[in-house]
Design a binder for this molecule. Structure first.
Ligand SMILES: CC(C)(COP(=O)(O)OP(=O)(O)OC[C@H]1O[C@@H](n2cnc3c(N)ncnc32)[C@H](O)[C@@H]1OP(=O)(O)O)[C@@H](O)C(=O)NCCC(=O)NCCS
Length: 173
């Protein structure tokens, strides 16, 4: 199947938001999605974007059953390892079910790796749910290391009240 991988444009944000929700449904947590295409437009297409995104697009002839030509995405941003240096974090990788198994997921991930390597990133990191064996196998087959298995890292988050409390406890400037 013919497809192209390209940088997302502002006008892709409705498609990206749609696929973010599809991925959240797949991950059994659709209620967690609070973001809309408006925030994506604001945060990804401003002077200092918070994320970058690649899109997988098929031709009109291959459009999805629902009429979509944007059929996959990889959303990523840059972080920093105090041990190794520049790092890219792959937040989401998603291909619509009817387009899987055509190499699109692999192309999206490789292109993120290439863009990051051009910026001297030495790591590509991501998180995956423990029950998502197809994705875990896909990453393992590409040579990724599972850090929970090998080093015992936990994934920690502050948000909502716990984040508000941290903010309140910040020293005054
Ligand atoms: C994981 C995901 C992005 C992979 O995308 P994809 O386009 O299906 O993967 P590809 O076609 O590039 O295949 C990559 C490899 O996995 C295998 N594969 C993956 N899905 C397959 C399928 N449905 N049928 C056949 N092979 C499949 C391919 O054989 C290929 O192996 P190879 O490199 O040895 O050829 C996609 O399955 C997906 O969106 N899954 C649901 C969301 C998800 O789990 N995202 C990751 C969250 S961390």
């Amino acid at each position: 199947m013919d497809y192209k991988i390209r940088a997302a444009r502002k006008e892709d944000c409705k498609d990206i938001a749609r696929m973010i929700m599809e991925l959240a449904v797949f991950e059994k947590m659709p209620d967690q999605v609070k973001i809309s295409y408006k925030e994506l437009e604001r945060d990804g297409f401003c002077q200092n974007p918070f994320f970058e995104c690649l899109i997988a697009e098929v031709s009109d002839a291959h459009r999805s059953k629902c009429g979509h030509t944007v059929v996959g995405y990889a959303l990523y941003f840059y972080t920093y390892s105090t041990w190794k240096g520049r790092t890219v974090y792959l937040e989401d990788l998603y291909v619509m079910p009817e387009f899987r198994g055509n190499g699109i997921g692999k192309s999206l991930m490789s292109k993120v790796a290439k863009i990051a390597a051009e910026k001297q990133c030495v790591r590509l990191q991501l998180s995956v749910l423990d029950w998502n064996s197809p994705a875990r196998d896909f990453y393992a087959a590409k040579g990724a290391q599972d850090l929970t298995d090998s080093e015992g890292w936990h994934f920690i988050r502050f948000d909502g009240l716990s984040l508000d409390n941290l903010v309140k406890e910040a020293p005054q400037d």
